[in-house]
Structures are given as structure tokens and as C-alpha cells.
Ligand binder design. Structure first.
Ligand code: AP5
Ligand code: MG
Length: 216
């Protein structure tokens, strides 16, 4: 399997790019935030547990997140690889992932770090609308947001409850303290490709695909 990690702050474009790149390269796409939001919608035990952490903009505890991800990976069938969007987000998660992949004789192919300045992250998150059914993100000002409908699946668009200014502030704080250290972790392993996330969406896609294909 060719495993790719999408690393980047909230609003850097992991979800936007994850969908398109996965389709283009025929890889599976797993976003931990999406898995948790689906659990909340189902109202199951996992959903009840993760809800309060997500509402506060905190990370869901490592042991819960790791077990959800490993279970998801174990259930994959007939895939040539996967894009891990938003996982790992702490050193402990990164080490658990390494360990699990090594046990299966696998590893991380590439880590795509999408770099976007903080003021732009705040701007994007405050203007984001998301499809309730397929989770595609849109930005205020586009036709889909004007109509309130997803152009991919016709689902209803909504604003995530954790995209409020206070929660965004907390999510960014958590990102810089817990997740940003993974940039050096993967750089030191020679796995990191840094992508300028300020370009147009289609241009960012091209650069990510090229980094994955060239392995640098
Ligand atoms: P999650 O859902 O992963 O949220 P996040 O990391 O905060 O990231 P976002 O989804 O907000 O941003 P994104 O990078 O996907 O950006 P997007 O493509 O939407 O996690 C939510 C919560 O779940 C966490 O806070 C935590 O509680 C929990 N959780 C998840 N994973 C966890 C883990 N591993 N461990 C513990 N807890 C975990 O784009 C944003 C906007 O910008 C969109 O409107 C888009 O249209 C626009 N945009 C994208 N690219 C561009 C561009 N190039 N130019 C202009 N606009 C653009
Ligand atoms: Mg996302």
C-alpha cells in the first residue's frame, strides 16, 4: 500500500485536496474529523465521547483516535493506498501509526505538509460551508454557498459548529503545540514534501500529485 499523510493546520486545505487527489491517484481517503462527525450524527458511543472535545477545539484523546484509525485501516479492502487526512496529529499518534504499519510490512510513502499563514487560515475557516452528506468544503462567495447546495451530491451545506472564532483560536493553538512538531519528525525521516497552500486550489492539487509521484 502507498500511504500518504496530509499534514497542515485547520483550514490549510487537507479535506479539499484529499478528495481530489484520492480520486486522481485512485487512493482511499480517510479524514479523522469526518469519521468523528459521522459518529456524532449517528449518536453512538464514540460520537458521545468525541463530541465535547471537538466542540472545545481540543484533540480527541490519543488512545481513542488511534484505535478508531487502526480499526478503519484494518477494514480496508482492495485499495492500493490511502490518504490519511488529519491523522496523525500528535507524536504519540505518529509513533502508533509507524508501529502498526511496520507490523504489516508497510510504511509511510510521503507526508504532504500544506503550509498556509495563520491569518489566511482564520479567513478560510470563518467563510467555510460544508456538505452535510459528503463533507465537501466550499468557501463563501461561491455558487454552491449561494444556493446552499453541494454540487457533488446535492447535499445541504452548513457551517461547522467548531468554525466559530473562539474555537478556531483554540484549534490553531492546539495545532501549533501538538501537531506542528510532526513537521520536523517527518522531515528528519526524509518523508516530508512542503507545499505552498496559498496557490489556487487546482495548482495546489498539481503540486501535491507531483510530490507524491516524484517522492520529493
Ligand atoms: P478536522 O475535521 O480534521 O478539522 P481540522 O484539522 O481543524 O481541519 P479542517 O477540516 O478545519 O481544515 P482542512 O485542512 O480540511 O481545510 P478545508 O479543505 O476544509 O478535525 C476536527 C476535530 O476533530 C479536531 O478539532 C479534533 O477535535 C478532532 N480530530 C480530528 N482528527 C484528530 C486526530 N488525529 N486526533 C485527535 N483529534 C482529532 O479548507 C478550508 C476552507 O478553505 C474551505 O472553505 C475551502 O473551500 C477553502 N480552501 C481550501 N483550499 C483553498 C485554496 N487553495 N485557496 C482558497 N481557499 C481554499
Ligand atoms: Mg478537513
Amino acid at each position: 500500500m502507498y500511504n500518504v499523510i496530509f499534514l497542515g493546520a485547520p483550514g490549510s486545505g487537507k479535506g479539499t485536496q484529499g478528495e481530489v487527489v484520492a480520486k486522481e491517484l485512485k487512493l482511499a481517503h480517510m479524514a479523522t474529523g469526518d469519521l468523528f462527525r459521522k459518529a456524532i450524527e449517528r449518536g453512538d458511543e464514540l460520537g458521545d465521547t468525541v463530541k465535547s472535545y471537538m466542540e472545545r477545539g481540543e484533540l480527541v484523546p490519543d488512545e481513542i483516535t488511534i484505535s478508531v484509525v487502526l480499526k478503519h485501516l484494518a477494514g480496508l479492502k482492495d485499495v492500493s493506498g490511502i490518504i490519511l487526512d488529519g491523522f496523525p496529529r500528535s507524536l504519540r499518534q505518529a509513533e502508533a501509526l509507524d508501529e502498526a504499519l511496520v507490523k504489516q510490512g508497510e510504511g509511510i510513502g510521503r507526508v504532504i505538509y500544506i503550509n498556509v499563514p495563520e491569518d489566511e487560515l482564520v479567513r478560510r475557516l470563518s467563510g467555510r460551508w460544508v456538505c452535510r452528506s459528503c463533507q465537501s468544503p466550499y468557501q463563501c462567495g461561491c455558487a454552491e454557498v449561494a444556493e446552499g447546495k453541494c454540487s457533488r451530491c446535492q447535499g445541504e451545506l452548513y457551517q461547522r459548529p467548531d468554525d466559530t472564532p473562539e474555537t478556531v483560536k483554540e484549534r490553531l493553538k492546539v495545532y501549533f503545540s501538538k501537531t506542528a512538531p510532526l513537521i520536523e519528525y517527518y522531515r528528519s525521516k526524509g518523508k516530508l514534501s512542503e507545499i505552498d497552500g496559498m496557490a489556487e486550489i487546482t495548482e495546489v492539487t498539481k503540486r501535491i500529485i507531483s510530490a507524491i509521484k516524484c517522492g520529493k
